[in-house]
Design a binder for this molecule. Sequence first.
Ligand SMILES: [Mg+2]
Ligand SMILES: [Zn+2]
Length: 189
Amino acid sequence: MRPAVFLDRDGTIIEERGYLDRLELLELYPFTVDAIRLLNRAGFVTVVVTNQGGIGRGIIDEPFLHHVHETLDARLAAGHARIDRYYFCPHHPDAVIPDLRRKCSCRKPASGMIERACREMSLDPGRSVTIGDRRLDIVCGNAAGTRTVLVRTGHGAHEEAMPPGTARPDAILNNLMEAVGWILRTSSR
Ligand SMILES: [Mg+2]
Ligand SMILES: [Zn+2]
């Protein structure tokens, strides 16, 4: 089984835009390509795990989401970096699409997406790390049995100031690049 890094999308690898519903709103952080390339070269499987309730709410559709991810992939590829797979949850409690209006096991803080990725890609959660800008990312990573890093980009600085609730981050760092540095220093090879 292989180690992975489970990456939240908005506020972690790209700028937080609320609902990203136009391609022009897609903006990588300046360190994102380098950080992901470092993970690729260190042998971590890179998996994006993202709540996309905007699909259930009818704000974006699935083809558009794939288009965003293909565009993101192209920008990463230009810097020789790669996301190995994307998992998204299209559900939302207020979804307008009836099939998507339900309490699912994939919407973070639930850990269904990470657990599914581990099964489908033979990943070892115990040697893996979850990175996100919200406490729900940390709760999800904790529940899946990974280590976790809260980053201060996106909602992170605000979330850090909130009561922790059940989230137990192993580290709180400024951004994705610092998180990757921490992973490379602290992972047993
Ligand atoms: Mg986020
Ligand atoms: Zn879901």
